[in-house]
Design a protein around this ligand. Structure first.
Ligand code: A2P
Length: 296
């Protein structure tokens, strides 16, 4: 596997929603993305993506599992912003793992999106030993091989994983030609994945945060509310800014225009190191899913 290391994306300070992190293959990725999980109504999805793009987002995250690829593609293709200025991420779902199945699933997703390439394609969840016994290793390796093929064929500009802990990435790397460029994980102030963060920092793999607001759970946290008040911002903005200051790429989802705007308005303040530390120390909440035990 290539040990190609470049300037770490983590070092970059971002000052606007159009600023980018740089993946280790040189591809630039807008530092905040618009999450679309649970926006499955066609009109809602098109409207939300149009609103997000109008408010400055250039990075849209979807997955075949979200069942909104047609709407997302329609919104991307009709928003008036040239395709090359947008960054679109897709993911292969668990029932499509394996080499041939993944290639077929990608093709189907690309057609639904109405695009001729994706910017980033991820393995949505690792196959785990609980569900697949000893086969989990080869299933993950074959799925990754398909992503490498899509990359070398120029159908995706970058490839990565989602919900992978170091254990799953290490087995991929045993047979991989290239390591993942991204790991998209559940991450917010109540759930910091230190082991995965350290591993990805060493490998120059960018971390993206799904549920960056803890599906709303963080919004009720009193410590966060107190800190946010000092900066005259909302708790949602505090969480998103905290992620950016850690070099992590947040993917907030909302269907409400004022929240889509609020979540993009996180570049006019800096959280002090003391407050960063105070946010790091809030009480933990359980993860929504554990990759070692999920059976979907
Ligand atoms: P809605 O779509 O009705 O705005 P996460 O991204 O952590 O999974 O959180 C998503 C949830 O948080 C959604 O239910 C979304 O609801 C809500 N949400 C998104 N942005 C904000 C915000 N700025 N303030 C309050 N709730 C928000």
């Amino acid at each position: 596997m290539s040990s190609n290391r470049r300037k770490k994306h983590r070092i970059k300070k971002v000052n606007s929603i159009n600023d980018c992190y740089e993946l280790y293959n040189g591809v630039k990725i807008p530092c905040e993305g618009f999450g679309t999980y649970l926006i499955d109504d066609e009109d809602d999805a098109i409207r939300a993506v149009h609103t997000a793009i109008r408010m400055g987002y250039r990075h849209i995250d979807t997955a075949s599992y979200y069942q909104n690829e047609e709407s997302i593609g329609h919104a991307v293709n009709s928003c008036g912003v040239p395709r090359e200025q947008l960054f679109v991420t897709g993911k292969v779902w668990n029932s499509d793992r394996g080499y041939d199945q993944t290639l077929a699933a990608f093709d189907k997703s690309l057609k639904k999106l109405g695009l001729d390439y994706m910017d980033l394609y991820l393995i949505h969840w690792p196959a785990n030993p609980k569900q697949y016994r000893e086969d989990w290793i080869t299933i993950n390796q074959k799925t990754w091989k398909a992503l490498e093929k899509l990359y070398s064929d120029g159908l995706v500009r970058a490839i990565g994983v989602s919900n992978f802990t170091p254990k799953y990435m290490e087995v991929l790397m045993e047979t991989a030609k290239m390591r993942p460029m991204v790991d998209q994980i559940e991450y917010h102030p109540g759930l910091m994945r230190d082991e995965t963060i350290t591993f990805c920092a060493e490998q120059d793999i960018l971390i993206e945060a799904w549920s960056p607001l803890g599906r709303g759970a963080m919004l009720k946290n009193e410590t966060l509310a107190k800190i946010a008040k000092k900066y005259h911002i909302t708790v949602a903005q505090l969480c998103l800014r905290w992620e950016l200051q850690k070099g992590i790429l947040p993917l907030p989802k909302s269907v409400k225009d004022y929240r889509i705007r609020e979540n993009a308005d996180i570049f006019h303040f800096d959280i002090t190191p003391e407050d960063m530390q105070a946010i790091d120390s809030i009480e933990r909440v359980p993860a929504k899913h554990n990759p070692d035990t999920v059976i979907f």
